[in-house]
Every structure is written in structure tokens, then in C-alpha cells.
Design a protein around this ligand. Structure first.
Ligand code: AMP
Length: 617
């Protein structure tokens, strides 16, 4: 569900300037604004619908139409009608390859890791371009309503959107001619809409958001008007669409339809999808559904629907449990449960969620508009019309850089509240090193190879110095939109370089969950590999230092001393090729024990030489 919020800003900005909040949704979009201190949704020209279906149709000339008119083409012209584009935002062809059964239009593979493209006749569109079409329509609705040009926006996104998806959303806004002032999470907006910031004392809130294509659960803590997202969990491929697909599968079983044939026939598939959705919605208020399809009476009753829905809700409750675990809370500690998303209109879903938490759920506000209304309130806050409301969110996966030995050094751990800033000092490992590659990774595993690379850059023109002398400070800044800035600076010379992470493709929640699961499964093995790599790295530094020592002190070391050092050197070098860190450490100890008195001797020798006035290296 996408919602758009508009706020008329007064005071130091002229009355003609408005702030728009946009939540670019999977199924629907809508607009809200705060006027006279009250949040409300904008309707279409006829004063009827607040929802704008997130559907885009392209005619023969390539002209786009969006919303209700475009939705009507889903059956007539499915190949040129795009829905659920939010699923593709910030994703590569690889990311969605196994999930393309949700899609009736053509997605194409150019570079499998680059952003996916949609083919409409002989033209190709990115999800950013397609989303911008929806945003343009929303912008026009707002402009017609206010009779003014709209250029500023607040956009809400699912809590689980990663950096790439947030960036893609921001880009879509830009393409639609909107300056996106803030991207906020939908559950945070929903909590604002319920005015929970006025609640007395500390509150813990679970926001259960089941829309058409996504599921999010967020655990928020609220104290003194300050919201804090304790944890988030969910799945970008779970929602009302799944219920519709399961209804079709149920009918196929009941009436003996050929499912492969349905899937192959786009028009039939689309028609059945709409009929299944109609049945589901009707059964939220009526006892039965009956309609004719291809000369056959198709029926569905509440009990059948409940059997279809139950496993889907159970899956969402597993995500709820994960979120509670991450927040180190039990379900009994939740004070309020806020329902968001069109699918939570289903009384059966509300009951199951309420039973799970053992409490009534918050459902007074229309679950379709609740986030839009919250976005309007956020826009109002940005416009300076409300008292301070601080919104805190968390980062879903750890962020760090690659260090020597291919290990990840985490600067911002997973579930850190954002906005946040973290910095650490590093140095070079090679004498005279003038360039340093900084590779940024996301994930929970010890080795970078097992994590997801977000980007890299090279800090150039470091003045040549011996290894270990340069002081390189790396700072990660994660802003409130979840966009990561990485800055590297060599402190002695003031050389600096920075990047804003804009990965070419994104990552789904499923993959995120898999990455987390992987890190738990491989924790022991990872620790062992990490310990070995640390030993090897330390040994390599020792080997380099030994080489340098032999070269610098060649003139006075005895042949026997040189031979012993070389023997230890060779043994240590051999050990670094093996898997036993204890052997590495034990040889390193032997080498250190043997060379320590010689190092003292070397020091005395160089002092004596310098007293004599001889230049030493
Ligand atoms: P959203 O993404 O929040 O717009 O939610 C859209 C989803 O809500 C779609 O899957 C709709 O079929 C579903 N939906 C809308 N109204 C109802 C209803 N009354 N009962 C069950 N599901 C509904």
C-alpha cells in the first residue's frame, strides 16, 4: 500500500510550498495531509477513492496511465500492465529469478546482478522509472487538490527495506520531480497516526503490517514521546497476493482445473487472481462467495478461506517471534498491537493475531490509511508545526569493512538504532603503501566472502610511510533514511575520500533471514577460520619484520644466528600454509624468544654507530 502525505507549511516557507509524504506501495497508493492540525487522506476528483492502485499500463504509443484505469487493463492487456513493481525496486534479475511467478509481464536479464528491467513492447523500463510513474500521478493529485506545484516529499517504506531499496525509492521520487526530504518506516508512521506518542509512561508496541505483497512486524518502544524501533522482521514476498494465489490453487483442486494451463494463460490467470481477491474481500463481511467463471459456478465459504489463510498467518507469527527474540522481549510484554495493511481487514486474521499476543488489537483507523496519516504527521513535524517527535529506526544487518585476511570488521552491528555514526582507526600493512582499498560489506558472517559486498573505493595519495604508521580513520554514517556514507581519512596528511553506498541491486528479506541463519549455523566454523586467519596474518607480519631485521643487521649477525633465524623463518612460513593456529603461534613464540636478545643487540649497535656519526638506515 502506498500513501502520500501532504502538509501545508506556514511560517518561514510561503503558503504555496507544500511537503508531500509518499509511501510507494505494492498494491495501492494514497495521499494524506495535515490541515488545521488534523491528518486526512486526499480523494480522487470525484471525491470517492483515496486509494490509487499501484498499477501502470502502457498504450501502443508508450504513454503511461496509472491507477484505476491501468488496473482495468490487467485482464485485457496483461503484458503491458505492470503491478507489484515495489517487489522489484532495488533488485537484480538474480534476486527475483525464482519469484517471477508473481509477475505476468516480461522482466529481462541484461546483467544478472544489475537492476532488473521490465520489457514493454520494444522499450525497457527500470523499477525506478515505473515507480516514478505512480509518484507522478500522486503528485498530480496533490497539485490539483492544492492548486499548487508540489516539490517536497516524505516517503514511507517497509521497515525491512535495505539501503538499495531505500535509495531506489528516493531515486523514483527524484525522477517524479520530488525532493524527498525523509524516508520513514511504515510502522513508525502507523504509531504516529494512532497518536501513541501521547501515551503516558513507557509503552511497547508491535506493528503488524500485512499488505498485498509484504509482511512486516516491528517492535517499537515509546517513552516520553520518543519512538524507538527495537527490532524488525518480515518478508517482502508474503501478503494478500499469496492468499489470492492459494485460493486459485484451492479452486483448481476443487474443480479439477489444470494449474499449469492457468499459469500459461496470462489472461485466465489474471482473471482468476481478481476473482480470488474479490472472494477473499467479500468473505471478510459476508458468509459465502459465489460467481460464474467459464460457464462454471465457483464458490468459497468462510471455513474454506480460514483453512487457506491459517498457514499464512502462522508464518507471519513466526516472524513476530523472531522480532520479539531480537528485541529480547516476550509477547506478554507488548502493550499495544497496531494493525496495518489491507489484509488485516480480515476478521479472521485479526482474531489469530489477537489470540497470539493475548490482547485486543488496535484497528480503529482504516488499515489502508493509517500509514498515510502517519506520514502526513511526519511531514507536519518536518514542517516544524509539531512538537519534537524523534523517530529512531534500526539497521537490519551489520555493516563493516574488509580487513587483512579477508575478515569483516563490523563498525555498525545489526539492530543498531539509526541515525548513527561509528568510526575506527586502521593502518597500512605494507611499507610505502600509497593506496588503500576500502571494501564495505553487509552481513553477519566472519569472512567477507560469506557476506554481501555493498561497494568499494580507494583512498589514494597516502604519503609513503612504513607499514603501521599511517593513521586511517574510517567513519560510517547511517542517516535516518538508512543511506550509508563511508569516509576514509589519513590523519597525518589529511588525505580523504568518501562514498555514499548506492548498490546496483538489492536483497530480499528471505536472503536477509538466510544470511542470519547462516551466521548462526556456521558460527563455530567461522570462529575457527577467523582465529586461523588472524594467526596467519600475525605470522605474515612477523615474517616481513624478520626479513627486514636480517637485511638491516646482516653486517654484524653471526652465520649461526642468521641460520637459526632462517630455519625458524622457514618453519613459520610453512606453518602458515597449514590449518593449525597453535603451531603457528608456537613457532612465532620460538622466533620471538630467539630474536629478542638479538633485537636488543641491534639497538645497542645502531646507537653505537650513530654516536660514531655513521648514518644508519
Ligand atoms: P495494501 O498493500 O495494504 O494495500 O493491502 C492490499 C491487500 O489487502 C490486498 O491483498 C487486498 O486483497 C487485501 N484486502 C483489502 N481489503 C480486504 C478485506 N476486506 N479483507 C481481506 N483482505 C483485504
Amino acid at each position: 500500500m502506498a500513501r502520500i502525505a501532504i502538509n501545508l507549511k506556514e511560517g518561514n516557507i510561503s503558503k504555496e510550498e507544500y511537503i508531500i509524504g509518499i509511501d510507494l506501495g505494492t498494491t495501492n497508493s494514497l495521499i494524506a495531509c495535515v490541515t488545521d492540525g488534523k491528518a486526512m487522506c486526499l480523494q480522487d476528483k470525484n471525491g470517492q477513492n483515496t486509494l490509487v492502485p499501484s498499477v501502470i499500463h502502457f498504450d501502443h504509443e508508450g504513454k503511461a496511465s496509472v491507477g484505476k484505469t491501468a488496473k482495468d487493463y490487467l485482464i485485457e492487456d496483461p503484458e503491458n500492465t505492470i503491478y507489484s513493481v515495489k517487489r522489484l525496486l532495488g533488485k537484480s534479475f538474480n534476486d527475483i529469478e525464482n519469484k517471477s511467478h508473481f509477475i505476468n509481464y516480461r522482466i529481462i536479464e541484461t546483467d544478472p546482478t544489475a537492476m532488473v528491467r521490465v520489457q514493454i513492447r520494444d522499450k525497457f523500463y527500470t523499477p525506478v522509472e515505473l515507480s516514478s510513474e505512480i509518484l507522478k500521478t500522486l503528485k498530480i493529485r496533490a497539485e490539483e487538490h492544492f492548486n499548487s506545484i508540489i516539490t517536497k516529499a516524505v516517503i514511507t517504506v517497509p521497515a525491512y527495506f535495505n539501503d538499495a531499496q531505500r535509495q531506489a525509492t528516493r531515486d523514483a521520487g527524484k525522477l517524479a520531480g520530488l525532493d524527498v526530504l525523509r524516508i520513514i518506516n511504515e510502522p513508525t508512521a502507523a504509531s504516529l497516526a494512532y497518536g501513541l506518542d501521547h501515551a503516558e509512561g513507557k509503552q511497547t508496541i508491535a506493528v503488524y503490517d500485512l499488505g498485498g505483497g509484504t509482511f512486516d512486524i516491528s517492535i517499537l518502544s515509546l517513552e516520553g514521546g520518543i519512538f524507538e524501533v527495537l527490532s524488525t522482521n518480515g518478508d517482502t514476498f508474503l501478503g494478500g497476493d499469496n492468499i489470492d494465489q492459494d485460493i486459485i490453487a484451492f479452486w483448481a483442486g476443487k474443480y479439477g482445473w489444470n494449474t499449469t494451463e492457468i499459469q500459461r494463460n496470462r489472461q485466465a490467470n489474471q482473471q482468476l487472481r481478481l476473482m480470488a481477491e474479490k472472494a477473499k474481500i467479500q468473505l471478510s463481511s459476508e458468509a459465502s462467495f459465489k460467481e460464474e467463471y467459464a460457464g462454471l459456478i465457483v464458490e468459497l465459504n468462510r471455513n474454506e478461506l480460514h483453512t487457506i489463510i491459517q498457514p499464512i498467518v502462522e508464518t507471519t507469527l513466526k516472524y513476530c517471534k523472531n522480532a520479539l527474540n531480537d528485541a529480547r522481549l516476550t509477547k506478554e510484554k507488548i502493550d499495544h498491537i497496531v494493525m496495518v495493511g489491507g489484509s488485516t481487514r480480515s476478521p479472521y486474521i485479526k482474531d489469530l493475531v489477537s489470540q497470539y499476543f493475548g490482547k485486543e488489537v488496535f484497528d480503529k483507523i482504516d488499515p489502508d490509511t493509517v500509514v498515510a496519516l502517519g506520514a502526513a504527521i511526519q511531514a507536519d513535524v518536518l514542517a516544524g508545526n509539531q512538537r519534537d517527535v524523534l523517530l529512531l529506526d534500526v539497521t537490519p544487518l551489520s555493516l563493516g569493512i574488509e580487513t587483512v585476511g579477508g575478515l569483516i570488521d563490523v563498525l555498525i552491528p545489526r539492530n543498531t538504532k539509526i541515525p548513527c555514526k561509528a568510526g575506527r582507526q586502521y593502518t597500512t600493512s605494507i611499507d610505502g603503501q600509497v593506496n588503500l582499498k576500502i571494501a564495505v560489506y553487509q552481513g553477519e558472517r566472519e569472512l567477507v566472502a560469506d557476506n554481501r559486498k555493498l561497494g568499494e573505493f580507494i583512498l589514494k595519495n597516502i604519503p609513503p610511510m612504513p607499514a603501521g604508521l599511517p593513521k586511517i580513520e574510517i567513519i560510517f554514517t547511517l542517516n535516518s533514511d538508512g543511506i550509508l556514507k563511508v569516509k576514509a581519512k589519513e590523519l597525518r596528511s589529511d588525505t580523504s575520500q568518501e562514498i555514499e553506498i548506492r548498490p546496483t541491486y538489492g536483497i530480499s528479506e528471505e536472503e536477509m533471514s538466510l544470511m542470519l541463519l547462516d551466521s548462526i549455523k556456521n558460527a563455530k566454523e567461522d570462529m575457527q577460520t577467523k582465529a586461523l586467519l588472524e594467526a596467519v596474518t600475525e605470522a605474515q607480519t612477523n615474517l616481513l619484520a624478520t626479513q627486514k631485521f636480517l637485511k638491516q643487521n646482516d653486517s654484524w649477525l653471526s652465520n649461526a644466528e642468521k641460520q637459526t633465524i632462517m630455519e625458524l623463518y622457514n618453519r613459520l612460513e610453512e606453518a602458515t600454509k597449514g590449518n593449525d593456529k597453535d603451531i603457528i603461534y608456537s613457532i612465532m613464540q620460538e622466533l620471538n624468544d630467539y630474536s629478542e636478545p638479538l633485537a636488543h643487540k641491534a639497538m645497542d649497535y645502531s646507537i653505537a654507530q650513530s654516536l660514531k656519526g655513521t648514518k644508519i638506515e
